[in-house]
Design a protein around this ligand. Structure first.
Ligand SMILES: Cc1cc2nc3c(=O)[nH]c(=O)nc-3n(C[C@H](O)[C@H](O)[C@H](O)COP(=O)(O)O)c2cc1C
Length: 245
């Protein structure tokens, strides 16, 4: 095991930061790490917006389920899936926009953005910083886009808080590899045999120091997927120019 992998296996989302700043050198390194991820056909279909204005930070935080920690984190970046550059190139060359409106282009932008963010997360954790993704910005995706002056063909996918950890949660046990990894073919039987993992997760939630609960992974997923989340996202994507087809 090398130090990179050791760090990755110690990942926990951090929601409690000290007041210690993330330095400019650290921020530059984090952005560079994000920029150097792989990118589908080298389209680099993402942008990163750092939120430094306190009023704007408060407005954005209030949209999330994680408001107190988003307000307090030293650094807050928002990751934008971004095909607006491509739209501009096409428009400037009097070309049609069909190729960036479709679902495949939307997937490409989403994947590029996520790779960049995870590169940043790994880099941050390698420096001893803590991170937390903030997907709950999509609680009001339209308002986030408006607050950030986003043009068409852009999507505020998620935020990321970064800072020096004050406290850390216990590691969350991941699915056993037998439930998630197969050779040559999808293993429906093994992948859905979750009894052992449910027990492990229940032990974790029952015994953890913060917010203990008597919940298995299956229980958690039943609760998460009992209703449709954020049905307005599709309308937002259409308004941004995507055809969803
Ligand atoms: C795309 C994405 C969005 C997330 N959004 C939030 C969020 O809005 N608020 C929050 O507290 N955690 C958020 N998380 C963190 C997850 O809850 C966390 O990664 C998960 O529970 C696993 O825990 P761990 O990261 O500590 O291992 C998000 C994670 C991802 C990948």
């Amino acid at each position: 095991m090398n130090p990179t992998i050791e760090n990755m296996l110690q990942h926990v989302s951090v929601r409690n930061f000290t007041d210690q700043p993330v330095t400019t050198d650290q921020k530059n390194a984090l952005i560079a790490a994000a920029q150097h991820g792989s990118s589908s056909e080298f389209v680099q279909a993402f942008s990163i917006i750092e939120i430094t204005d306190p009023t704007l930070r408060n407005k954005l935080s209030d949209i999330t389920i994680s408001s107190p920690h988003v307000k307090k984190a030293n650094t807050f970046y928002i990751f934008i899936a971004d095909l607006h550059r491509q739209a501009t190139i096409l428009r400037n060359n009097q070309k049609k926009l069909d190729s960036i409106k479709n679902m495949e282009a939307l997937l490409v932008a989403t994947i590029d953005t996520t790779i960049a963010a995870q590169n940043m997360a790994t880099a941050a954790e390698s420096m001893g910083l803590g991170i937390c993704y903030i997907g709950s910005l999509r609680n009001n995706i339209k308002q986030v886009a408006s607050l950030l002056n986003l043009p068409d063909f852009t999507i505020p996918l998620f935020g990321m808080t970064i800072g020096v950890p004050a406290t850390k949660n216990e590691l969350k046990p991941r699915l056993p590899q037998t439930n998630q990894v197969a050779t040559n073919s999808y293993d429906n039987q093994k992948f859905n045999d979750l009894a052992a993992y449910d027990k492990k997760v229940k032990d974790y939630y029952t015994n953890r120091k913060t917010n203990p609960s008597n919940t298995s992974w299956t229980d958690k997923n039943l609760a998460i997927f009992k209703e449709v989340h954020r049905p307005d996202v599709a309308e937002f994507l259409k308004a941004q120019g995507f055809s969803l087809s």
